[in-house]
Ligand binder design. Structure first.
Ligand code: ATP
Ligand code: MG
Length: 451
């Protein structure tokens, strides 16, 4: 399998010596350094590569450290006890240090155009790719120029084969090679462009942007599981708002989240506000190191379509519960054909949606039952995001925020045992708890809780 590396010309090779770049070993994880040194001492070439080099050059902390080497996966395995080989499409070594995994990839070659060797191309897409190559070949098969720089542990220089340094200076994202060919090989690269542009605040080069309109539909055939992973990276990576905007501006949203694109195209400003606020909250939580759940986020993205379909069916005379159940089911099924959201998340999304109409039922038993629901907190946070849908919805959010702060007996005595729905004029006025000061003339005096 170890083919002779083909020579590729990389006329742009620029070797940036240690005194001319800012990468310091202090900012590289100990685990990655150990892997690099060990490989190097055993006589192999060893480089830090990809996103880590790019991020270090930008002065930010990488989220993981990948290593590239001329040692084959089996040779890597022999050097490290804590090593396992993974992958079929790309065979890789994972060297495990407690919670940290250093991914070690053998230089990958370009192989034969006709798909011989261990590269298999189907309809222009790479389905298997285990041809080892030279560092030059490894560089040019990467996606963006800023992702093809190598930090050499033997002399601490950075090897820039395709002009990545220049792009970082120009703050632009350029593809290596012909954009159309590169997107056809792997349509997910279009989403990587969006994500990296958003995350690093880079402009997408006009040539890299141009094929989006024509090739965007290829995303429909991309593996839904991979699109789920990529969606999480876009929306839960701390740059969700920006990623969403870039995705929309690039015209790619409709291929990934057709229902969201449709609802937004109807000019639904409340949905836009909901999506933006949901993503802002998520970004803020990520920045604070708090946990975030994909379920809440996907519930936010798809809400407009779920709500509109449910209301449509109810307007046509369908039973409320049935209309909501059908709408959630339909939207989830459609979405999962594009982006494979695992069942445990779709289940939570459905719960969040199905609890929404129950916030409008202000009766004693129902209020307490809803508050005791395991998904109450998430559903309530969701309700608050819906504030822009109507004045009534904003008040409903405030009502529930306030109700939660009241002692149970005070709340119970304010609630009717039976009655109509919120918005029917049946919403009970809940008075402030005795300890709290009442705002003059204010009917509830509470502010919506933070999400
Ligand atoms: P992040 O900081 O989000 O991890 P990254 O660029 O490191 O961004 P990874 O998915 O970790 O993204 O990929 C590591 C490297 O592998 C990239 O920098 C790039 O060089 C290469 N790579 C990843 N995906 C592709 C792809 N689809 N096509 C070509 N090269 C890719
Ligand atoms: Mg990475």
């Amino acid at each position: 399998m170890n083919l002779q590396p083909r020579t590729v010309t990389t006329p742009a090779l620029r070797i940036v010596s240690r005194d001319q770049h800012i990468i310091s070993r202090r900012n590289i994880s100990k685990a990655a350094l150990r892997v690099l040194y060990r490989l190097n001492e055993a006589g192999y070439a060893a480089y830090l590569v990809g996103g880590a080099v790019r991020d270090l050059l930008l002065g930010t902390q990488p989220k993981d450290f990948d290593v590239a080497t001329n040692a084959t996966p089996d040779e890597v395995k022999k050097l490290f006890r804590n090593c396992r080989l993974i992958g079929r499409r790309f065979r890789l070594a994972h060297v495990v240090f407690g919670p940290e995994i250093i991914e070690v990839a053998t230089f990958r070659g370009l192989g034969d155009e006709d798909g011989e060797g261990d590269r298999h191309i189907v309809d222009g897409r790479i389905v298997r790719d285990n041809i080892w190559g030279s560092i030059e070949e490894d560089a040019v098969r990467r996606d963006f120029r800023i992702n093809a720089m190598y930090y050499d542990i033997s002399d601490f220089s950075v090897r820039d084969y395709v002009g990545g340094m220049q792009d970082l200076e120009d703050r632009v994202l350029r593809l290596i090679g012909d954009p159309e060919t590169r997107y056809r090989e792997d349509p997910v690269r279009m989403l990587r462009a969006v994500r990296l542009a958003a995350k690093l605040d880079l402009r997408i080069d006009a040539a890299a942007m141009a094929p989006f309109a024509a090739l965007g539909p290829l995303l429909i055939e991309a593996a839904p599981a991979r699109l789920f992973d990529e969606s999480l990276k876009m929306f839960l990576g701390g740059h969700g708002v920006k990623s969403f905007h870039v995705l929309e501006q690039c015209g790619l949203l409709k291929f990934l989240f057709p229902a969201t694109a449709r609802a937004l195209a109807r000019g639904d400003q409340a949905l836009r506000a909901l999506v933006e606020r949901g993503l802002e909250n998520t970004d803020a939580r990520v920045a604070e190191g708090k946990s975030v759940t994909p379920a809440f986020l996907f519930a936010v993205l798809l809400w407009g379509e779920v709500r509109d379909q449910a209301h449509l069916a109810i307007g046509q005379g369908a039973d409320d519960n049935e209309a909501w159940a059908r709408a959630t089911d339909k939207v989830v099924t459609e979405q999962c054909q594009r982006v494979a959201i695992p069942r445990r998340f779709t289940f939570t999304m459905e719960e969040i949606w199905l609890l929404q109409p129950r916030f409008e039922q202000i009766q004693r038993k129902r209020v307490f039952r809803l508050m005791a629901h395991p998904r109450f907190r998430a559903a309530f946070d969701f309700l608050l995001l819906r504030a822009d849908e109507s004045m009534a919805m904003r008040e409903l959010g405030q009502w529930w925020a306030h109700a939660q702060q009241l002692p149970q007996d005070v709340l119970a005595s304010a609630l009717p045992v039976s009655g109509g729905k919120a918005g029917d004029g049946a919403m009970p006025v809940v008075k402030s708890a005795p300890r709290r000061r009442r705002r003059a003339g204010g009917k509830s005096g509470s502010k919506p809780g933070s999400t």
